[in-house]
Design a protein around this ligand. Structure first.
Ligand code: SF4
Length: 67
């Protein structure tokens, strides 16, 4: 499973970070610091919650063969 983030559209409200700070790091200005990552085993539910928490709907869950 992979998370993809439309980083350029982030508005910096840190909702994702509040759910899972280690998965959704912020840059010095408070915007999301990554455009995606492979979800570590066992952290799928947390990654999904973080994605759902984004009011801008720019965090996408990509289910893949590597699940
Ligand atoms: S919740 Fe969405 S808009 Fe807010 S910081 Fe995270 S990616 Fe950016």
């Amino acid at each position: 499973m992979r998370i993809r983030i439309e980083k350029g559209q982030c508005v910096g409200n840190a909702r994702c970070h509040a759910v899972a700070s280690h998965l959704y790091p912020l840059d010095d200005n408070g915007y999301i610091a990554t455009d995606g990552f492979d979800v570590p085993p066992g952290e799928e539910a947390l990654a999904r919650r973080g994605a759902r928490a984004c009011p801008e709907r720019i965090i996408f869950v990509e289910e893949g063969a590597k699940d």
